[in-house]
Write a protein that binds this ligand. Structure first.
Ligand SMILES: *[C@@H]1O[C@H](CO)[C@@H](O)[C@H](O)[C@H]1NC(C)=O
Ligand SMILES: *[C@@H]1O[C@H](CO)[C@@H](O)[C@H](O)[C@H]1NC(C)=O
Ligand SMILES: *[C@@H]1O[C@H](CO)[C@@H](O)[C@H](O)[C@H]1NC(C)=O
Ligand SMILES: *[C@@H]1O[C@H](CO)[C@@H](O)[C@H](O)[C@H]1NC(C)=O
Ligand SMILES: *[C@@H]1O[C@H](CO)[C@@H](O)[C@H](O)[C@H]1NC(C)=O
Ligand SMILES: *[C@@H]1O[C@H](CO)[C@@H](O)[C@H](O)[C@H]1NC(C)=O
Ligand SMILES: *[C@@H]1O[C@H](CO)[C@@H](O)[C@H](O)[C@H]1NC(C)=O
Ligand SMILES: CC(=O)N[C@H]1CO[C@H](CO)[C@@H](O)[C@@H]1O
Length: 345
């Protein structure tokens, strides 16, 4: 192979050297065939190499270099088998190549799980290679793989951050070239998770001795931080309520709609077994140094939205315990007018 290459290089040098000694016109007349051969070579090899190899490589390279940032994901109208998803994102590139990227379906999967099972498919609209391209998509989304979607929600609820990949095959049209080039759009992004709602606080609490009309003997407000970029329409959520490892009741939060940020405040109510609470309130350190702030834990029990049972949120919220310290002394004082005496321990 390399020998053949050398021979042809040598021959072409000969072709180029000889004509220098003759006149331009004679040279052209005599060696028209050489130009024809050169033209044919350029047309047959060089142009196709540029069009078929170089341009698509550049197109793919430019697409690979572009950066995708997710600004927000909004899940609304959550139903058992589907929901509406809005994704607001930006694609940034150097903007040097003028090209159109055809619409395509991009699958989304968790990068750090080896099976890369898609949990959702995003319909990307046609985009251009502008340096700053806002891509907002709102679409009805059918949950094709409930296991993968539940896992995504579970990671979102539990993790500090995790990686999600968006990938799809599409075509690029470069300005001035009729051909469409197949390219692959593949971007991996870091997604902040909810960290099991760490930092949730409960305030404006009140307790009653008898359950009210809704069966609750505890009411308060919960401020639930959302560190993720995702807005969730969760619906009516119930939680197991644990104290010192024992289940002591059920917590209800209705119409839970979590937006990114710190101002997610929801009324909560609970139906709590009173005995373990009263006992703890009379024991050290809760009755003195801990000031009646009890270390409860919450774990998802059931999520329904407009009468539909949402397994993907139920399972995600059930995947771990969320610690919430609740001041029981303040509502206790309001109810009884005094603290419980500390029993010796
Ligand atoms: C979405 O799912 C619900 C069940 O959860 C079903 O009743 C409804 O028809 C679905 N919507 C569409 C458009 O498929
Ligand atoms: C995309 O969505 C963002 C956030 O909701 C919004 O600020 C922006 O105006 C939208 N842009 C377009 C082009 O729709
Ligand atoms: C995310 O959380 C899941 C389950 O809670 C865990 O198995 C996984 O290792 C975590 N991944 C990362 C990247 O933190
Ligand atoms: C949550 O806490 C309860 C009570 O301590 C315990 O029984 C349960 O196994 C915990 N669940 C998880 C998922 O950590
Ligand atoms: C909660 O309320 C229901 C109905 O009033 C009652 O049957 C149940 O025992 C209560 N649970 C607790 C933990 O108090
Ligand atoms: C949640 O509630 C729905 C509707 O009431 C019920 O069908 C489902 O079995 C419940 N799931 C759990 C885990 O309790
Ligand atoms: C939550 O429950 C209440 C009382 O049962 C009901 O009126 C309301 O429609 C439910 N909300 C949702 C979003 O399902
Ligand atoms: C407590 C906490 O981390 N809150 C965050 C909630 O989400 C917003 C937006 O993503 C952040 O700015 C907050 O810091």
């Amino acid at each position: 192979m390399s020998d053949e290459g050398k021979t042809s290089a040598y021959q072409s040098e000969n072709v180029m050297e000889k004509p220098r000694k003759r006149g331009v016109a004679g040279h052209c007349a005599k060696f028209w065939w050489a130009y024809l051969v050169a033209l044919v070579i350029i047309t047959v090899i060089v142009v196709p190499v540029v069009i078929l190899v170089a341009v698509p490589k550049i197109a793919q390279q430019k697409l690979d270099d572009a950066e995708l940032t997710l600004d927000s994901i909004i899940m609304t109208n959550s139903q058992s088998e589907n929901f509406t998803m809005s994704v607001n994102s930006v694609i940034r590139s150097d903007g040097k190549v003028h090209a159109i990227i055809e619409p395509f379906k991009g699958v989304m999967y968790i990068e750090d799980l080896p099976d890369h099972t898609p949990f959702a498919t995003l319909d990307f609209p046609e985009t251009t290679s502008e340096a700053f391209q806002v891509v907002n998509v709102t679409q009805f989304t059918k949950i094709d793989d409930m296991g993968a979607f539940t896992t995504f929600n579970t990671w979102l609820v539990n993790n500090e951050t995790f990686r999600v990949t968006v990938m799809g095959d599409t075509h690029v049209k470069v300005k001035g070239i009729a051909r469409r080039y197949p390219v692959t759009f593949k971007k991996t992004i870091d997604m902040p998770g909810l960290q099991m709602f760490a930092g949730t606080t409960v305030f404006d609490t009140a307790i009653t001795l008898k359950p009210d009309a809704e069966g609750a003997n505890f009411r308060g407000k919960a401020r639930i931080p959302n560190r993720s970029l995702v807005t969730f329409e969760v619906g009516n959520a119930t939680f197991h309520n644990y104290l010192f490892g024992e289940e002591v009741g059920t917590v209800y939060i209705d119409n839970l709609n979590l937006k990114p940020g710190d101002d997610n405040v929801f009324p909560m109510r609970a139906n709590i077994t009173q005995t373990p609470i009263v006992e703890a309130m009379g024991e050290k350190p809760w009755c003195d140094t801990a000031k009646g702030v009890l270390p409860f834990q919450l774990r998802g029990k059931n999520v329904t939205n407009n009468g539909q049972y949402l397994t993907y949120f139920t399972d995600a919220l059930a995947s771990g315990n969320q610690s919430v310290n609740i001041d029981i002394r303040t509502p206790f004082r309001k109810l009884f007018g005094s603290d419980l005496p500390c029993t010796k321990h």
